[in-house]
Write a protein that binds this ligand. Structure first.
Ligand SMILES: Nc1nc2c(c(=O)[nH]1)N[C@H]1C(S)=C(S)[C@@H](COP(=O)(O)OP(=O)(O)OC[C@H]3O[C@@H](n4cnc5c(=O)[nH]c(N)nc54)[C@H](O)[C@@H]3O)O[C@H]1N2
Ligand SMILES: Nc1nc2c(c(=O)[nH]1)N[C@H]1C(S)=C(S)[C@@H](COP(=O)(O)OP(=O)(O)OC[C@H]3O[C@@H](n4cnc5c(=O)[nH]c(N)nc54)[C@H](O)[C@@H]3O)O[C@H]1N2
Ligand code: SF4
Ligand SMILES: [Mo]
Length: 685
């Protein structure tokens, strides 16, 4: 028997934890956390531990397939690629290149290989339509930080004296970050932990808990700034040297005294004062935002802006334990020059571009409108790459209709997902353990200038291929040979690493556990603020010129007891969707036995008092109905959740949260939809 241990990383989520993969006779047999990985230090979560089940799942797609009269038929790679190439040429001839969309899901966006090759292909084909999950995730934060600082900041809670966690149940959604916070509490570094969440999440047991009404975080932040300014707790020196517009903020936050903010947020005025003082008086301090709970609101971009300003006025930037700037690893760039504008560029111009900097993305939330109504033009074909939009995009009923109306849908995945089921052709991708790649740690909260060689651990299962090879072979059949010269994993890795200053040999032989690609302490240097003024822009003229609030205001969710009281009579309960489940990433891994056993079904959480009002008991099946649709889930009664709020997970085929959400109402700046504060009606079934 031959045995080996391969040091690589896990990318079942964005954290990229280091893992030791054990191989016997060419088969993966066990996966453990890798203690030598400087960032994850041996940490592994249930999904990482299930990697053997994942790779050898009986549900893996093993060969290309095409749909014939509603039935799947096995075909060869040659037939699949020739058919796709012919159809894509026909689409381009009939409707023009922009009728094709390349769709990158979470995996397709977070992974440089999938993201890069998808962009390469769309560039060669000539369509501007790259649609990605960043239309509902993370980019709102990136944009807001760009707009404020002209650069990217990332949180460093593991070293702070005070941390405020806004809507992030990281015991479920980011265990590695949670570990760092618990450790900082245990060793006394972290003296003040504040949790702002409608649910008393487990981490709240270790700090001050603030129960907030969903969708009102911006008001709370403005209230805190009111107190910090009123009580002169801000960092005058930092503000004077690095910022513009503080005087306008001083006037602006006068409109948000704690007593008023209490009526908006449900947070007592005294608590607002208390957490404002804690935050301002305990440097280094760090706000940690849930991605989705701050972003996925009508006012999500401004929520992110308000969070930036809290950090700025207290001078909590580029000191250990505050917000820091990570020099991004410079990787080979696969993008090609773009022509034309993608869908969404008209409705949400800043999502596409500001200060002459163009984002590569169209706004995915306008996909159905484009296909079904031809606005601003009709998409006719789509290639989905590492995503499951049939379940994860808002307003699933309409998404299904649109996908069915497409003339041609191709899906590359490891599994027959809800999206793949709607496809004309499905292509089997191999998992990250079946190919080499470049790993780097640039997570949502955990960023470090740290890179690792993602090593091929086992041979691809069945006839599955790496994504780069799928795009390359398809590109060649389209006649784009010059853009797709790569012939092996190694060539692809070398291409990506070329500008980085780090070589494959170095990562493979000298540092199989990964390494810093620049001095780790460079993250504490004050960066150049590449805004139009060269300063941190507390007041944003760019926003003002585009017709948006230059300083954040509180805007009510469009469905709320305050903004739509008539609707609230019919749909009296607040609904928040998409609470993360530790065993699953979005729609993935539902059939892996060790994960399924611990999370077998979708569960809706309700406060007992609220449930009683509607005659609902623990364990009942309950319907949840919004203006868009109705689903059913089993009920779990928990005292921890705020009264009159229902919290449900997303990603379940049998109870799809996105049958309840809508893409009609969007944050005007980003085009993000409301997923965290809707109105619903609940009933026992
Ligand atoms: N296991 C697992 N981990 C994941 C993922 C996954 O699918 N599974 N997905 C990854 C991705 S792509 C993302 S974007 C992140 C998302 O991660 P987050 O968005 O941080 O999601 P959760 O950790 O579930 O935390 C949501 C918390 O926000 C609270 N909440 C809901 N509405 C509001 C609100 O309006 N205000 C405030 N303050 N709180 C609110 C909920 O009660 C809940 O406790 O997780 C990542 N990590
Ligand atoms: N209602 C509601 N909806 C939400 C959210 C919410 O909070 N509430 N959250 C939103 C957020 S933040 C996000 S990020 C999205 C996520 O939305 P998606 O990205 O659409 O969801 P996933 O289930 O992660 O889909 C990833 C797919 O990639 C496949 N895959 C994995 N590895 C590979 C690979 O190497 N190659 C290929 N080709 N495929 C691979 C997986 O099998 C899976 O089918 O969901 C969003 N939807
Ligand atoms: S947190 Fe879990 S799923 Fe994410 S990279 Fe680490 S081990 Fe993998
Ligand atoms: Mo996300």
């Amino acid at each position: 028997m031959t045995q080996k241990v391969v040091k690589t990383d896990c990318i079942m989520c964005i954290n990229s934890c280091g893992i030791n993969a054990y191989v016997e006779d060419g088969k993966l047999v066990k996966v453990e956390g890798m203690p030598e990985h400087t960032i994850s230090e041996g940490y592994i979560c249930p999904r990482g531990e299930a990697l053997v089940e994942y790779v050898y799942s009986p549900d893996r797609l093993l060969h290309p397939m095409k749909k014939v009269n509603g039935e799947w038929e096995r075909i060869t790679w040659d037939e699949a690629l020739d058919t796709i190439a012919a159809k894509l040429k026909e689409i381009k001839e009939k409707y023009g290149a922009k009728a094709l969309a390349v769709y990158n899901g979470s995996i397709g966006t977070e992974n440089i290989e999938l993201a890069g090759f998808g962009q390469r292909f769309r560039g060669a084909y000539g369509t501007p339509n790259l649609l990605t999950v960043e239309g509902n995730c993370f980019r709102s934060r990136i944009m807001a930080r760009q707009m404020t600082f002209g650069t990217q900041y990332i949180e460093e809670p593991g070293k702070s004296k005070c941390t405020i966690v806004w809507g992030r149940n990281m015991d479920n959604s980011g265990g590695l970050v949670a570990e760092k916070i618990y450790r900082a509490l245990d060793n006394g570094t972290l003296e003040h932990l504040v949790i702002v969440d409608p649910k008393r999440i487990p981490m709240a047991a270790r700090g001050t808990y603030i129960q907030i009404r969903p969708g009102t975080d911006t008001a709370l932040m403005l209230g805190m700034m009111n107190v910090i300014i009123e009580e002169k707790l801000y960092d005058k020196e930092f503000i004077d040297e690095y910022t513009i517009g503080f005087d306008k903020l001083v006037e602006h936050v006068k409109e948000y005294p704690p007593e008023k903010v209490e009526t908006i947020t449900w947070v007592p005025a005294e608590d607002i004062r208390k957490i404002a003082r804690i935050f301002a008086n305990n440097k280094p301090a760090c706000n940690v935002a849930g991605t989705a709970p701050i972003d996925q609101h009508i006012n999500g971009f401004q929520g992110n802006r308000a969070m930036n300003l809290l950090q700025v006025i207290t001078g909590n930037l580029n000191i250990p334990g505050s917000w820091i700037t990570i020099p991004f690893i410079r990787l080979g760039d696969l993008r090609l020059p773009e022509v034309d504008e993608p869908i969404g560029a008209e409705e949400h111009p800043l999502f596409r571009r500001f200060w002459g900097r163009t984002s590569p993305y169209g706004q995915q939330n306008l996909f159905a409108e484009s296909v079904l109504e031809g606005k601003p033009y009709a998409l006719k074909a789509m290639i989905v790459n590492g995503g499951n939009p049939a379940l994860t995009l808002p307003d699933s009923a309409r998404i299904h209709e649109a996908m069915e109306k497409l003339e041609f849908l191709v899906v590359t995945d490891l599994f027959m997902t809800d999206t793949a089921k709607l496809a004309d052709i499905v292509l089997p991708a191999c998992s990250f353990l079946e190919k080499s790649g470049v790993g780097y740690v640039y997570g949502v909260t955990l960023g470090e200038p740290y890179a690792l060689l993602r090593k091929k651990v086992v041979e691809p299962v069945g006839e599955s291929w790496p994504d780069w090879k799928i795009w390359t072979e398809l590109g060649r059949r389209m006649g784009y040979d010059e853009y797709f010269p790569w012939n092996s994993d190694e060539e692809v890795v070398d291409f990506f690493l070329e500008p980085s200053g780090v070589t494959r040999e170095q990562l493979d032989k000298e540092h199989p556990e990964g390494m810093y690609y620049v001095d780790e302490n460079s993250k504490y240097l004050i960066p150049k603020y590449r805004t139009p003024s060269g300063k941190i822009e507390i007041y944003s003229e760019t926003l003002e010129e585009n017709g948006y609030d230059p300083i954040p205001c509180h805007i009510e969710p469009t469905q709320s007891p305050v903004s739509s009281p008539e609707l609230a009579e019919k749909y009296p309960v607040i609904l928040t969707t998409g609470s993360r489940i530790p065993q699953y990433t979005h729609t993935q891994y539902r059939t892996l036995p060790s994960l399924k056993k611990d999370a077998p079904e979708p569960i809706a959480e309700v406060n007992p008092t609220t449930a009683k009002k509607y005659g609902i008991s623990d364990g009942d099946m309950m319907s949840i109905e919004t203006i868009k649709g109705k689903i059913e889930m089993k009920v779990h009664l928990i005292e921890e959740l705020a009264p009159n709020v229902v919290s449900i997970p997303h990603g379940w085929t049998e109870a799809n949260a996105n049958l309840l959400t809508s893409a009609d109402v969007r944050d005007p700046i980003t085009g993000y939809t409301e997923m965290k504060a809707l109105l619903c009606k609940i009933q026992k079934v």
